[in-house]
Design a protein around this ligand. Structure first.
Ligand SMILES: NC(=O)c1ccc[n+]([C@@H]2O[C@H](COP(=O)([O-])OP(=O)(O)OC[C@H]3O[C@@H](n4cnc5c(N)ncnc54)[C@H](OP(=O)(O)O)[C@@H]3O)[C@@H](O)[C@H]2O)c1
Length: 243
């Protein structure tokens, strides 16, 4: 099965991390589908990927953050692309720094948990059955080090949400130890940005995209956590596939 026979659903594919992944997958010859709640973000994504790959990109406006929304998006997606062989989940947001917990509301905590954890669950519930029993299928989660500690004062809810997604990945590895589909997590302990917005402690979303696309392409590992704490770690992930 060549890359052009594979259809990757990139959840969060219109975001900072996701757009780098989408570009790298398209450049490797995969067909890629992206669902976003925002049609403008999808238009931006279409303009961002190389023109020569645009006919392999399928976009769909939808909300995978509820069980009904995810099921509706799945039905439309299957109607237009026919099948899904691989899934990359990069849902969430880039940053949250609303202040220390005593200044926050329950509504805000719900919003953070919905964006980082609950959408990861609702989309998993809807889309995992499409790849679960496929030995050539993959499901790759993107997580971050924010779930392990407070990154800065005022980022507490980000830690709570990100910790939820880390725990979700752990649960998946333990609950489904023997599934044919390859389930992996790529945990990025650094900031991720577009090349023009890079600063100290950041990696480019293009390099992250290349590393994630190479894990999806080679599908030779499962139940593994790839940790990225430096640009060299990304290179190692990319090269591992070439040895
Ligand atoms: N950025 C970083 O510095 C960084 C560092 C380490 C790890 N990470 C990890 O990468 C993940 C993504 O971060 P990012 O920087 O790419 O954030 P982002 O730019 O805000 O993108 C996140 C994407 O998730 C999508 N999304 C969220 N809820 C959704 C829903 N209910 N239905 C459909 N799409 C939904 C958003 O889609 P819409 O288009 O609908 O808004 C958006 O495109 C984070 O959760 C984090 O774990 C990020």
């Amino acid at each position: 099965m060549t890359a052009s026979d594979r259809v990757v659903l990139a959840l969060g594919g219109a975001g900072t991390v996701g757009s780098g992944i989408v570009k790298a997958l398209l450049e490797k010859g995969f067909r890629v589908a992206v669902i976003s709640r925002d049609g403008n973000r999808l238009e931006k994504l279409k303009n961002f990927v190389p023109a020569s790959t645009r006919d392999k990109l399928y976009t769909l406006v939808g909300n995978v953050g509820t069980e009904e929304g995810a099921e509706t998006a799945k039905a439309s997606l299957l109607k237009s692309v026919g099948k899904v062989t691989d899934i990359v989940s990069s849902l969430g947001f880039s940053w949250w720094q609303g202040g220390p917990p005593h200044t926050q509301t329950l509504k805000e905590l719900n919003h953070v948990l919905e964006t980082l954890l609950l959408s990861t669950f609702t989309s998993w519930k809807a889309f995992f059955p499409l790849v679960k029993d496929n030995p050539n299928g993959t499901y790759t989660f993107i997580t971050g080090g924010a779930g392990e500690r407070l990154l800065m004062p005022g980022t507490g809810f980000l830690t709570l949400g990100a910790a939820g997604s880390l725990a979700f990945c752990q649960v998946v590895r333990s609950e489904y130890p023997d599934i044919p589909c390859k389930v992996n997590e790529i945990k990025i302990n650094m900031g991720v940005a577009m090349p023009e917005r890079m600063g100290p402690g950041y990696v480019s979303h293009l390099d992250v995209g290349e590393a994630v696309a190479s894990v999806v392409e080679r599908r030779n590992s499962s139940h593994k956590v790839f940790c990225v704490s430096s640009p060299a770690d990304l290179k190692t992930i990319i090269l591992e596939g070439k040895v």
